[in-house]
Design a protein around this ligand. Structure first.
Ligand SMILES: Nc1ncnc2c1ncn2[C@@H]1O[C@H](COP(=O)(O)OP(=O)(O)OP(=O)(O)O)[C@@H](O)[C@H]1O
Length: 959
């Protein structure tokens, strides 16, 4: 019986490439304006939504008027009622900004993988804000980007790491589930870098209570429609279209999917996948719905991989293969997969060919357009929509789709989700009394998207397939960000225009002018945005879930994600109520069932060999060939978005292509820069390490050499008796003793008091010294010239030579003429040879030299400390022009005695005296004592020369 003819109410819809949400809608059935809250579901009134063309949207029936030129204008007073001052989002009752929720992933111990850092870079500021700080920036050269090191980001709500799946679902998704049952469409997508918890959020984990958003959504839907299931007389097509099912299809479609044969032997699925155990985790929530309505639920599952859309239900067995097989374990009918149930080929046989065909994204056909001829968005042509009748079926079907995704992901060598997964749940609602009237069927849909993780910059250095994947993932996410940014800009422009009108008394808002100043949102530049476009331009609420792993090392990537979410929160979308669509009684079965006709486009082939069998098991190799057919040429973009001007469109495409290239080259340059920096750092580190090794080796060598020198010196000093020589052999000790005795100035040996026998301190009288050519003014007066003794024998006559050795070490001792008196006298034998009397002034001075081993022992410590003490306080004597006396002190002991004997004596070592001493020591054949007279004699200075060529003085403090 023909049903009562009813006018088909259609949504008046306009294409709004500018992304400005339609600000007003009219619910015709009730003849009242829609309120922000959708009408209660138990209302019997049939609702339809009228979307008005852009140029009419801001005009109320009263305020709208047409100018002579056809321009639509709106009176300022009317606009003022719609637009709040300073608002950038049109203050439409139904429009609302995208809600962005941040979910922080807990630390799960993946530090070992090297993808984690010790400090979380996120810090809670409030329940809606977090501060993001880059701790790695404290390390020098660690930052490669110019992003701020610390920023605060605000969200609709921030969920800490310990949030349960159930709580998260309740606060973020449950309102959308309610909406979809009540006729409003919605979109939820999880966005974040790889490994941030998107899949966990959407699908869930394996543990009890960890079911994700998707299974919980299905639970709530089926809990709510319990006892309200409709039949499969009509099915959804495209976005919102409805068509009657063919009788031959209805059985299969009513069951939703076919029940395939259990595969005998090893199925491909067994080889490729660990089939997950069914999650018994269920959400008990149920909404109270109007029991006068019937509901049918339809499911589709698509993935966008490498900028191509694939149907993950494509391989689910068709009705023709139907058999009534039930699961052996649960006894429940379960879906099967064409290719997952294929028997595993032996290693010798031909590779198994798995084919899947990319689907095209098409604008909705004219049959779906409204009365004004405005097309109704884009849909994925050929995407299967399967009817499901229970949550168990739905979950089984989804896990089958997930397996397909996983298989192709595995075959593409993917380690994580390299594709965007899109599950759409369609709810068809009809009043029980009108179930035969297709025009009264209302369609709403909820799409849940698990986006692929944005690829890390440093990982994009992969090649081949992975590089292509990474590029496409980044591109689609970038375009998504661009779309939201453009929409926000357009909405701000509109708001500014309206605000200006409001502030201007009697002002008019010319929508055409406003429209011209708007940018086109680049939805068409990625498959992802193209498919989701309909939500952004006014088809439902949008929720964005931002997943973040605060221990992730990719600070820059996460900053980018945060920025996109900040933009998203400023974009307004408009909630829609259920839409009734045109009905076609002739089903496009081929298209709707996802037929895979041949294509002229060369398919993308991949050969894969999978080895199975663990240790101790038989090894098995499975050869597969994967064929990814492109979408058919010309399928897409027919009747595409309203052509503004082909040239402009082409130019816009060109701009977008260039922008994309720019972005890619920027990415590449950042990558190269990062690589270069890393290389330089590595090289620097290597060099530094080498230098460190070289220097430490040198240092060790120097230390060794220095120690050797010191040893030699100590030995030498021990030999000379300057140090305790208990360890020396007896004869050495004796020889040292003798050598020390040799230090006694020769002149002293003539004095009985001198103790030349070594019993006591030997002293040198002024008389002794007076004979010295080194004494005071003697040199000046040319009175003394001590002969140099060359013999090192213990005999007094040869003592000078031996003493020269030590004396040379302390050569450079200079006293001023006054203080020179304190100096020890050179060997007295000189005086014997040179009978010239010492000057009177020198006669008063006395230099005492220590001789004799015993006396040395007893006085050494005090002498040394005295010497040190005095040396500290010594100052160069007043230069009265008379300091023309050079005295060479034979050794330290003699020197110290000289010092102690005369408080006015000053010891001034000159720079490098030790080295010079050593050199001289070698030259003078280890003579312990060298007097000036010796030197003069050695260089052959006679009396006459001495007067004309004064002995060079080692004067300190004088230039
Ligand atoms: N809230 C959470 N609680 C416990 N474990 C979590 C949580 N979120 C994520 N995980 C774990 O972190 C790991 C990574 O999560 P997931 O696979 O969901 O990341 P993803 O963002 O989907 O990565 P990709 O983009 O690479 O697919 C998984 O082992 C998952 O179980």
């Amino acid at each position: 019986m023909a049903s009562k003819t009813k006018p088909v109410t259609r949504t008046t819809r306009t294409k709004t490439p500018s992304g400005v949400p339609p600000p007003s809608r009219t619910v015709r059935a009730t003849n009242t304006r829609a309120t922000p809250t959708p009408p209660p579901i138990d209302s019997n009134a049939k609702k339809s939504v009228t979307r008005k063309p852009f140029n009419e949207r801001n005009a109320s029936p009263e305020g709208k008027s047409r100018t002579g030129t056809g321009k639509t204008v709106m009176k300022a007073q009317d606009a003022s009622t719609k637009v709040a001052a300073n608002a950038y989002v049109p203050n439409d009752a139904e429009s609302e900004p995208i809600r962005a929720f941040l979910r922080i992933r807990p630390q799960i111990g993946d530090e070992e993988c090297g993808i984690s850092q010790s400090n979380p870079y996120l810090e809670h500021v409030s329940s809606t804000a977090v501060r993001m700080s880059d701790f790695s920036s404290t390390q020098p050269n660690s930052r490669l980007s110019s992003l701020p090191q610390s920023s605060v980001y605000t969200f609709s709500h921030v969920f800490p790491a310990d949030t349960s799946q159930s709580d998260f679902f309740t606060q973020t998704t449950l309102p959308l589930v309610k909406d979809v049952l009540e006729g409003q469409s919605g979109l939820l997508f999880a966005y974040g870098v790889t490994n941030s918890g998107k899949t966990y959020t959407i699908q869930g984990g394996g543990e009890e209570g960890s079911a994700g958003i998707l299974p919980r959504t299905l639970d709530v839907i089926f809990n709510s429609i319990e006892g309200l299931h409709g039949d499969a007389r009509f099915r959804p097509v495209r976005l919102q279209g409805i068509e009657a099912t063919l009788p031959s299809l209805s059985s299969s479609q009513s069951s939703g999917y076919s029940i395939g044969l259990e595969a005998n032997g090893t199925a491909l699925a067994d080889v490729l996948l660990d089939i997950p155990s069914t999650n018994t985790d269920t959400d008990p929530t149920a909404f109270k719905l109007d029991r006068n309505h019937e509901y049918t639920i339809w499911l589709s599952y698509a993935e966008i991989y490498n900028e191509k859309v694939y149907d993950l239900f494509a391989a689910v067995d068709d009705a023709d293969d139907v058999s009534t097989t039930r699961s052996q374990s649960t006894g429940m009918p379960h879906p099967t997969s064409t290719f997952l149930n294929l028997p595993v080929p032996s290693s010798q046989s031909k590779p198994l060919l798995l084919t899947r065909k990319a689907l095209s994204v098409k604008p909705c056909p004219p049959s779906d357009t409204d009365d004004d001829g405005v097309p109704a968005g884009k849909y994925v042509a050929g995407l299967r929509q399967l009817r499901i009748t229970s949550t168990t079926q739905a979950k089984a079907l989804l896990s089958l789709g997930q397996m397909h995704r996983q298989v192709f992901g595995t075959l593409a060598n993917s380690q994580s989700s390299r594709s965007h997964a899109m599950v759409t749940i369609k709810v068809l609602r009809v009043h029980k009394g009108e179930r035969n009237d297709p025009t009264s069927i209302q369609t709403s849909r909820l799409t849940l998207v698990d986006l692929a993780g944005s690829e890390r910059t440093r990982n994009t250095q992969t090649t081949g397939e992975r590089l292509r994947e990474a590029g496409n993932i980044n591109k689609s996410l970038m375009v998504l960000g661009q779309c939201m940014e453009t929409m926000r800009a357009n909405q701000r422009t509109i708001a500014r225009g309206l605000n200006a009108v409001v502030s201007e008394e009697g002002g008019r808002f010319d929508t055409r002018v406003a429209k011209k100043s708007l940018s086109i949102v680049p939805f068409r530049h990625s498959k992802l945005t193209e498919v989701l476009m309909d939500y952004f331009i006014g088809e439902g609420r949008v929720v964005m879930i931002v997943n973040v792993n605060p221990y992730d090392t990719g600070y820059d990537e996460n900053s980018h994600v945060m920025k996109i979410s900040a933009i998203a929160r400023e974009v307004a979308t408009t909630a829609s109520t259920a839409v009734a669509r045109a009905v076609s009684t002739i089903p496009k079965s081929k298209e709707s069932l996802g037929s895979s006709r041949g294509s002229d486009v060369a398919p993308h082939r991949r050969k894969v060999t999978i080895s199975t069998g663990g240790p101790g098991q038989s090894q098995n190799e499975t050869h597969l060939e994967v064929l990814e057919e492109d979408e058919e040429p010309g399928e897409a973009d027919d009747n595409d978005d309203e052509p503004i001007n082909p040239l402009v469109d082409a130019l816009f495409d060109e701009i977008e292509a260039l922008r994309m290239k720019l972005f890619e080259s920027e990415m590449r340059s950042v990558l190269i820069e990062a690589q270069t920096r890393e290389e330089i750092m590595t090289e620097m580190e290597e060099r530094m390490q080498k230098m460190e090794v070289t220097y430490s080796r040198r240092l060790m060598q120097e230390i060794e050499q220095y120690e050797l020198k010191m040893d030699a010196k100590i030995e030498m000093l021990q030999r000379s008796g300057m140090l305790g020589n208990g360890s020396l052999p007896r004869e050495t000790q004796e020889s040292s003793e003798e050598e020390e005795l040799d230090i006694i100035p020769e002149g002293n040996s003539n004095h009985s008091e001198s103790g030349s026998d070594g019993d006591g301190d030997d002293s040198v009288t002024s008389d002794d010294r007076s004979s010295s050519p080194l004494g005071g003014k003697n040199a000046k007066h040319g009175k003394a010239s001590s002969p140099l003794r060359h013999s090192a024998s213990p005999s007094h006559g040869d003592k000078t030579d031996d003493n020269a050795l030590q004396a040379i070490q302390y050569r450079g001792t200079l006293l001023s003429s006054k203080n020179a008196q304190a100096l020890p006298t050179p060997p007295n034998s000189q005086a014997a040879e040179d009978p010239s009397p010492a000057p009177a002034e020198n006669a008063t001075t006395r230099a005492r030299t220590t001789t004799g081993r015993r006396s040395t022992r007893t006085t050494r410590n005090s002498s040394m400390s005295d010497m040190i003490q005095k040396t500290r306080t010594m100052t160069l004597g007043e230069d009265d022009g008379d300091d023309d006396c050079v005295v060479i002190i034979p050794n330290k002991k003699v020197h110290s005695h000289a010092i102690t004997s005369d408080p006015d004596a000053v010891y001034v070592p000159y720079q490098g005296e030790i080295d010079t001493g050593r050199k001289k020591k070698r030259q003078l054949s280890k003579k312990p004592v060298v007097t000036e007279a010796d030197i003069e004699r050695a260089i052959g200075v006679d009396e006459t020369q001495r007067t004309s060529r004064p002995i060079r003085r080692s004067t300190r403090g004088k230039p």
